[in-house]
Write a protein that binds this ligand. Structure first.
Ligand code: DOR
Length: 439
């Protein structure tokens, strides 16, 4: 980045992103992007501005949108805060994240929603939050979704667990659809998953660890498709992990149901074989699955059955992740690795996507699912300046530092990946410059 003629006392300096290949939902073109007062003022050749951001040969795209981020506030600040998670998001190329409600207390009331949104105001990315479907995520009583919806909550989920009771889920869908909201489901039938800590298969037998069958997820996907059909309400399937789930979502989609789905980077990158060393860094819910499941998740992203890549960024302190595999909490970091893993695994290794498809799955499709009109582009005059600049050729090796996160539960240490975030612009502000957070 280089500064030119900004003077103290001026209005916010204008910013020009120079020399990039612009990629958005409308296609690809070359050009500079001029940002003035938080909005895109011009797109075209040879633009100038107060601050010049070099994007020569890089991709300039709408900022990424994460549908699934655990920010841990309130209550688990030793693992992450809105500030540190927000910084990790900006470094990963995100301009908006959707916080999960499994905090302490649960995000299940207007008061806690307000608290998270207030914390988000000083983060370098736009922090939105989900609200819980049931009080305390206990699956017994519907949470006051209307009061949360009034504060802008558009997605409700009990993430960390699924709503087990069929009748309650039906009621929740009817209630949410009256509010114009979407219910997102962590699909896991606890009667099949309780006491398990990895995928049920050859590896769980070899390691002597209790396994969770694919059916624990698939039975809930099946039920919720039936309830979506019954109620006409919108259902979003979170972090799908099995081949059977992908097939059912494809069927529901072709039957015209209002279902959408996401997959997490670890479910298209890692298999249950990673658990062989009993290292709880590889423990996650839903668990790392078989080779066939990993291939099906990649294929589902490739053919669009799975709409979005969502990180399920789940920070946990080293102390808790050092516990024995069966006692450690599930979850892994994702925000700073997701884009590079997607380019490496889905574009280069399996060739199921192009770079533009990855950006669709990480930016404009999740923005549409979450109803975030200021995110996801297109890169056009008048739009909010939420942008990412990516050096698609850069190769790097993932280290164990955990980046900006307070936690270090990184399951990809030593992995060589392609694609690096150079700059992130959120609301017109350069929040990442040359790969470094500016605040
Ligand atoms: O692995 C997971 N960790 N899956 C979840 O659903 C919750 C998350 C967490 O909060 O740590």
């Amino acid at each position: 980045m280089s500064s030119t003629s900004a003077h103290p006392g001026d209005a916010a300096p204008s910013l020009v992103i120079r020399g990039g290949r612009i990629v958005d939902a409308t296609g690809e073109r070359s050009g500079d992007v001029l940002v003035v007062d938080g909005r895109i003022a011009e797109v075209g050749p040879d633009l100038s501005g107060d601050v010049v951001v070099d994007a020569d040969g890089a991709i300039v795209a709408p900022g990424l949108v994460d549908l699934h981020t655990h920010l841990r506030q309130p209550g688990r600040e030793e693992a992450e805060t809105v500030e540190t998670g927000g910084r990790a998001a900006a470094l990963g190329g995100y301009t908006a994240v959707l916080a999960m409600p499994n905090t302490t207390p649960t995000i299940d009331s207007a008061g806690v929603v307000r608290e998270v949104l207030a914390l988000g105001r000083s983060a370098p990315v736009d922090v939105h939050t989900t609200g819980a479907i049931t009080v305390g995520r206990e699956g017994e009583q519907l949470a006051p979704m209307a009061e949360m919806a009034e504060l802008g909550v558009r997605i409700f989920t009990d993430d960390g667990t699924g709503v087990q009771d069929d009748r309650l889920m039906r009621r929740a869908l009817e209630y949410a659809s009256g509010l114009g909201a979407t219910l997102a489901q962590h699909c896991e039938v606890t009667s099949l998953s309780e006491g398990t800590c990895m995928h049920e298969g050859e590896w769980s037998s070899r390691l002597g660890l209790p396994g969770q069958p694919a059916e624990a997820e698939e039975l809930m996907v099946m039920r919720d498709i039936a309830l979506a059909r019954m109620t006409g309400a919108k259902v979003h399937f979170q972090h799908l992990s099995t081949a059977g789930s992908v097939a059912m979502v494809a069927g529901a989609r072709s039957a015209g149901l209002a279902v959408t789905a996401e997959a997490a980077p670890h479910h298209f990158t890692l298999t249950d074989a990673s658990c062989a060393g009993y290292d709880a860094t590889f423990k996650v819910h839903p668990p790392l699955r078989s080779d066939g499941d990993v291939a099906a998740i990649a294929a589902g992203l490739g053919d669009g059955t799975i709409d979005a890549i969502a990180t399920d960024h789940a920070p946990h302190t080293p102390e808790t992740k050092e516990l024995p595999f069966d006692q450690a909490p599930p979850g892994m970091l994702g925000l700073e690795y997701a884009l590079a893993l997607a380019f490496t695994e889905l574009v280069d290794r399996t060739a199921v996507m192009r770079e533009s498809d990855v950006l669709a799955a990480m930016s404009w499709r999740p923005a549409a699912i979450a109803g975030l009109g200021d995110h996801g582009g297109p890169v056009a005059v008048g739009r909010a300046a939420n942008l990412v600049v990516i050096d698609a050729a850069a190769r790097w090796s993932i280290d164990s530092s955990g980046g900006a996160s307070r936690s270090r539960n990184v399951p990809y240490v030593g992995r060589e990946v392609r694609g690096r975030v150079l700059h992130t612009v959120c609301g017109g502000e350069l929040v990442v410059s040359d790969g470094e957070a500016t605040r």
